[in-house]
Design a protein around this ligand. Sequence first.
Ligand code: C2E
Ligand code: CA
Ligand code: CA
Length: 812
Amino acid sequence: MTQAMDSRSASTRAARTRLTRHPVALEAARVVESIVGARCDVVVFDSERAFVVASSDSTFTLKPRRLTAAERELQHGDAEVTHQNGIVAARFDDADGNAIGALTAWAAEGAMPDAAWAGFARQIMAVLAESTIDDDVFRTTLNGMRDAVFVIEPDMSIRWCNDAVGSLLGRTANEVMRMSAFDLLHPDDVALAADAISRAQQGLEQWRVRIHLLSSTDEWVPVEVTGLDHSGDDRIGGLVLSLRYANYARELETTVDRVERMSRAIVSGLRDAIVATDEFGAVTVVNDVARTMFGIGPDVTASSLTLEDFELLDHEGRRQPLELDPQGHTRIEACVISPERGLRYARVASQRVEDESGRFVGTVVAFHDVTGERRAQEELKQQALHDQLTGLANRRQLNARLEEIAHLSEPVDVAALFIDLDGFKLVNDNHGHRVGDELIGVAADRLAEQLRGADLLVRQGGDEFVALLVDIASIDTAVTIAERCLEELAKPYFIRKNRFDVSASIGVAITQSPMADSGALLQQADIAMYAAKAGGRNRVQRFDAALAEAVSLESRQRRLLRAALDDDRLVMHFQPLVDSASGEIIGHEALARVQTEQGRLLTPDGFMDAIANGSLMWELDCQAFARSCHAAALLNRCSPSELRYMACNFSTVSLSHPDVLTMIDATIEAAGVAPQQICIEMTESAAFESGAHAVNVLSQLAERGFTLALDDFGTGYSSLSHLRDLPIQIVKVDRSFVTKLGEKTAERAITEAIATVARELDLNLIAEGVETQEHLDHVRELGVETVQGWYYAPARPLTDCAEALGAVSASD
Ligand code: C2E
Ligand code: CA
Ligand code: CA
């Protein structure tokens, strides 16, 4: 066993020496890679390790690696080729038939027929078989060989020959060894032989000549001779010739047959469709993949076809026969209609084949099916440019189209509709995203029906759509289309047995291409859409001069407030809250003012609308609250015996701000006031529209001991149930009610109802806007405890309030 192993590792070593960077091994590796498209190694192995002696990428090192499972299987079994874990290996053996190496490729089973693998491995084996003959076994081996071997001296005397000469010339070795080579050589071949010998003597190893030698029966036997000069080696001392019977015809036949079998096996094993023609254009090869691709039945012979039978589709979908560049290589991408597999994309590559003299002998065309690749690319493109939910175009496509339109050479009118569903959030919140998604899908379909093919309908995200109407007659047409959309969207939606009614707000803007700013159109449509929302929803609003003016007014206001906040020009005024029975001041409401650069004081209607939804609102509330808390502390120092509260307004934006509690805590602490001294006023919408966070904030504030007041009650939703559900202590009845309490109006009825509910729920009522004695009488009648209004005092600077309190205290 040990001996066997020793001889194995000796032959491994010999094979390593022999094969490392051997041209045949390298070529085999490269050819295999070019066929299977994966790296291929030629390795020599011992029991554990594989030495890569040639690799298709030529960058191998001789550091051994572990055997692959496939190689291990070859080493221990009889198989010529194995497939394991995506690796194919074909073995080659030493002289004793032991597997000592493999041709290994990282390719899947079927990448190349097994016969082809084995064929390549056999080539490598042939290299191994040429190994140097061991001195000890030299003669024995030569005698056992099929070829006749002669050792001849430079003077052509035959020094030695092996027994195989018997079967070649019908003469015994002893007989031949007494002869001169000239005795056997045909006179016509003398010059050829002399030339070959002199070439051998010059050290040229690769030579081969065909000569004729005389047999024992006086026949001229065709012989192929190869040889090496070993005259310098004293163990041999001559030219070693190897002679083989040369039956040209048969040999040629078998070679051609083998090559043909090999290439047929390779061609049929390929995944590409292959079609080959001869020099006259007649088809000679059609592999199975090509038959499937072009729908050619097994009974149709290749020779009955021409290249015209392989039809392609051009870009317009027209059928075109395959046309090749007669000069050389064709590389095109085309479509093929496969009867079995439908539309396929193929990369077509043709190669002109020439014989060794450069004569054209035929063409090989390969069709590489890239349908999978193409589909994947198209899917990616589809995903990149479309909204997943509705399949409509997405924002990216919208931007691309706008860019395109912006640079049109011919002037074209383009309108944009900015469409936003009203109340969609409620559907999502109350019925879940699935239902919401379905509703969006239906809305998308309804919108699409209202548009023309050339228009682009985009889902911007959420419940927002944009329609781009190219080449529109006028903004009136666009508005008409928008109104149609509105009508369609307002129809009921039946989803999962539920009926939903959702309206929409649509903004319309128009522009003419080419345009300098492709974003402006959308921006204007967006502004118009917001105006539609603000105007009460379920309507179409066009972007026009008035809207543009309003927008620019808003932006002026925003700039003004920005500057005022930065330059410390926010000023707080305070309006007393008065006990309706005693006339005593029980607190103040802090109201923000902005001082202009020119020193004028602006009330909130000069800046508030513009900032209602933005981050400026939060900044304003923070600053106002800080000033109000300091004012509260100061006023309480004026009259420490009577604790008066300070009412501070908080916007929707601020109440839903994530930092609102932290801000409030820090501010009262810095000012040194207790939560009990602060009342926080908010509107119903601030409490409810901003969702769970705001409600949570309110209950936390109530827990800390702040007083909470519901402002402007009677406007907006005015749900009496809110009075019960919110942790409030005060309800402020809006001024618009107070002024109408005199007559028998709806306002009076509502105020009475509010007063009743408030009493029941133990809530305090404040009447706003009490300007006259009459107003005061009316509110007293209804049992309102606290009043606020010009009848007592307008909002005024802190010093005035402090003075007034001083007066009150003094008169006490
Ligand atoms: P509001 O909270 O309803 O404040 C009462 C408004 O009525 C104040 O208007 C006040 O000056 C006015 N007013 C008081 N008594 C009378 C009266 O007898 N007759 C009439 N016609 N008006 C009276 P102002 O100061 O212009 O404030 C307007 C609104 O701005 C406030 O309404 C409030 O919603 C908001 N606001 C004011 N300051 C702030 C603030 O610091 N933060 C927030 N978020 N909003 C504020
Ligand atoms: Ca208020
Ligand atoms: Ca109010």
